[in-house]
Design a protein around this ligand. Structure first.
Ligand code: ZN
Length: 413
């Protein structure tokens, strides 16, 4: 496999948003990851971009206008005026989706980067696009959910569908990718494959038998797992055999990979026992299919480990070997006491997954039952997503600004 062209999307404002002191979601983790990527000298090996902020009309390609308008207007200062609809949209202090300062701008930035990545893949300007700020897989059409407000993944997949007949979505976050599955539950043009903790765990969906509906029957693939799964069992008994079968029968034109880091060992909310190497091996395996791939972040709540994971996966995607010793950087003290990149599995954690063989067998059967790759008759390829009728009324074009390495250093804080 030749080297793939990698584009990296980072916006320096994104890590500055704050969900609140007791909230586990810390956008600051994006800055930690970015600084590790800089310290490992990975930035000259990829094209670096600052994304455009997604407009309301871009968001409305999936979300209801009423919901997008609500997100655009709400703030901690005017919460009381909106008390009637907070519950309807599942936002505010009584939910896990607080209304914080700059909430809408935050959604615009992480969403804009995912859309920009999809456009670059469509235009064949890159083989792999990385947006660690994206991957907010729980957001619904008219509802926030699980720390997610706008579903950048669904919007990016809609963009990819303008060019590609079939798009594969893969989700290795510890939580079920319910928002993405739901959006494409009745179509055979998007296959979703989610591996997640199932049973007494958020969001509660993702049963083995949830396989899609109508034209989409068989195109939702769910691997419900238990606590303590290890690299070897995750990869060898499930991920690799099922992925290989998916590629054979579905033959996607493009792939979106959600790399939620809450499936790592020691996560504040997660309960798996994967290491950085195991997590990244899943990424490497997806990359080996050599399809245009959008790589996104997602969950991840032990933030030093999120940074380790996504910096390492950036290196893996670039085909670079990086040292286990973490190089000095502005957040060096976060990596105490060992200052090493890689995580070790927790030897005291029991692997409660004793029926992986059965899950594998059922999923492989589900995939065999699909009658090969469906052929979608594509019309003339429409132009990429550009909007002229957004709220400002100005020509907002979905184009990212390319960053020189000097600018990247200026922008790191
Ligand atoms: Zn998660």
């Amino acid at each position: 496999m030749g080297k793939q062209r990698v584009s990296y999307f980072y916006h320096p404002t994104c890590p500055l948003f704050y969900y609140g002191p007791s909230h586990p979601m810390k956008p600051h983790r994006l800055k930690l990851a970015h600084h590790l990527i800089l310290a490992y000298h990975l930035y000259p090996k990829m094209d670096c971009y600052r994304c455009h902020p997604a407009s309301a009309s871009e968001m409305a390609a999936f979300h209801s206008e009423e919901y997008v308008n609500f997100l655009a207007k709400i703030s901690p200062d005017n919460l009381r005026q909106y008390s009637g609809v907070l519950q309807k949209f599942n936002a505010g202090d009584t939910t896990d989706c607080p209304v914080f300062d700059g909430l809408y701008e935050f959604t615009q930035l992480y969403t804009g980067a995912s859309i920009d990545g999809a456009i670059q893949l469509n235009q064949q300007q890159a083989d792999i696009c990385i947006n660690w700020s994206g991957g907010l897989h729980h957001a619904k059409k008219s509802e926030a959910s699980g720390f997610c407000y706008i579903n950048d993944i669904v919007l990016a997949i809609l963009e990819l569908l303008k060019v590609h007949a079939r798009v594969l979505y893969i989700d290795i976050d510890v939580h079920h990718g319910d928002g993405v599955e739901e959006a494409f539950y009745t179509t055979d043009r998007v296959m979703t494959f989610s591996l997640h903790k199932y049973g007494d765990f958020f969001p509660g969906t993702g049963h083995l038998q949830d396989m899609g509906a109508r034209e989409g029957v068989g195109y939702s693939v769910n691997a419900p797992l238990q606590t303590g799964i290890t690299d070897e069992t995750y990869l060898e008994e499930l991920f690799i055999p099922v992925m290989d079968k998916i590629i054979e029968v579905f033959n996607p034109g493009a792939i979106v990979l959600q790399c939620g880091a809450d499936s790592l060992t020691g996560d504040r909310l997660g309960c798996f026992n994967l290491t950085t190497k195991g997590h990244a091996q899943a990424v490497r395996h997806v990359q080996s299919y050599n399809r245009p791939t959008l790589v996104l972040g997602g969950g991840g709540y032990t933030i030093r480990n999120v940074a380790r994971c996504w910096a390492y996966e950036t290196a893996v995607l670039l085909g670079e070997d990086i040292d286990n010793q973490i190089p000095f950087n502005d957040y060096y003290e976060y990596y105490a006491p060992d200052y090493e990149l890689h995580l070790k599995p927790d030897p005291n954690m029991e692997n409660a997954n004793d029926s992986l063989g059965n899950i594998r067998t059922e999923l492989l059967q589900q995939l065999c039952d699909l009658q090969g790759a469906p052929s979608v008759q594509m019309q003339e390829v429409p132009p990429p997503f550009r909007t002229v009728d957004d709220e400002e009324g100005s020509e907002t074009t979905a184009v990212s600004k390319k960053q020189s390495s000097a600018e990247l250093y200026d922008n790191v804080d």
